[in-house]
Design a protein around this ligand. Structure first.
Ligand code: ZN
Length: 62
């Protein structure tokens, strides 16, 4: 199993496959983040707490 380096955007916490955030258009990303969470409902409490505005996979702490 290949060890794929995951990255997260420092601004929106989105988990990225590339080296820039497609939402923020920034390369302000990190490989050191803690935990991942998948947000389906942006109106949920956890989404609001994280400041998530679009469904997707996010880091809990960056
Ligand atoms: Zn972002």
């Amino acid at each position: 199993m290949r060890n794929i380096v995951k990255r997260a955007c420092r601004q929106c916490k989105r988990i990225l496959k590339g080296t820039t955030c497609p939402v923020c258009k920034t390369s302000n990303i990190t490989t050191s983040f803690q935990g991942t969470i998948v947000i389906f409902d942006v109106n949920s409490d956890v989404a609001k707490k994280l400041g998530v505005t679009a469904p997707g996979k996010y880091a809990i702490k960056v």
